[in-house]
Write a protein that binds this ligand. Sequence first.
Ligand SMILES: [Zn+2]
Ligand SMILES: [Zn+2]
Length: 103
Amino acid sequence: MARIRFCLSCGARLPRSASARRRYCDDVCRAQAYRARRVSDRIMALGMLLAEAEWNGDRRTMRLLTCPECGRITFAGGDRRRDAVYCSGRCRSRSWRRRAAVL
Ligand SMILES: [Zn+2]
Ligand SMILES: [Zn+2]
C-alpha cells in the first residue's frame, strides 16, 4: 500500500499515483522550494560571516552585512537585491527622511 505523501512546498496531498521520488505537486512548488532553500542557505552563510566579522572586529564587513538604520542583518543578495543596503524599504525611507531633515 502506498504511503500518503504531501508536497514539501505547499503541503498539498500528492496523488497516490505519484512516483516515490516525487516530493512536490508541480514545477511551481519545486521551484519555490528551491528558491526558499537558496535563501535560507544564504542567510546561514551571511550569519556565519557576520559572526566571524564580529569576532575579528571587522567593522567594514559588519557594516556591509547590517542595516545602517536598525543594525539588523540585511541579507543582501539572499531574497533581496545584491546591493541592498537597508534591511527593508521602511529603513531606507527612514534614513532618507532623516537625511532630508538634515539638509
Ligand atoms: Zn505543492
Ligand atoms: Zn533596518
